[in-house]
Design a protein around this ligand. Structure first.
Ligand SMILES: [Zn+2]
Ligand SMILES: [Zn+2]
Length: 126
């Protein structure tokens, strides 16, 4: 009887908990939990909406429809691009992170804003 009450109270306080999570918390079997919940007319399964919640990869805010980034924001840009400075002319610009990684992979420690700066930089040995 006491366990029954605990299960029902947990389910009502934390509706996002699954049956197995409740079972783990109370140290009882999953079957036991589902029997209690069924008996009380409560849903044993976790609500569907939990799966739909996705958070922005950049800022961590909740987005809808499983979007990776906040709509109407520059989170996507901020996530994929970084601010860099041209090694030759010191011009500040944004570059794709993957491009930088590729450059590092090839052993290049310098970033250039253009092919002109690239060839000038190479000649100077910077
Ligand atoms: Zn965001
Ligand atoms: Zn440059």
């Amino acid at each position: 009887m006491r366990t029954d009450k605990k299960v029902i109270r947990l389910r009502k306080q934390q509706p996002l908990l699954t049956g197995s999570e409740i079972a783990r918390k109370l140290n009882i079997s999953r079957q036991h939990v589902s029997r209690i919940l069924q008996h009380a007319g409560l849903n044993n399964k976790q609500p569907h909406y939990r799966k739909r919640v996705t958070t922005c990869l950049f800022c961590g805010k909740i987005t809808f429809r499983q979007q990776k980034f906040c709509p109407n924001s520059d989170c996507r840009e901020q996530y994929y691009y970084i601010d860099v400075t041209c090694s030759f002319c010191h011009y500040n610009f944004k570059i794709l992170k993957s491009t930088v990684k590729k450059g590092y992979g090839r052993g290049s420690r310098y970033i250039y804003c253009s092919s002109t700066c690239y060839s000038k930089g190479k000649k100077q040995g910077t």
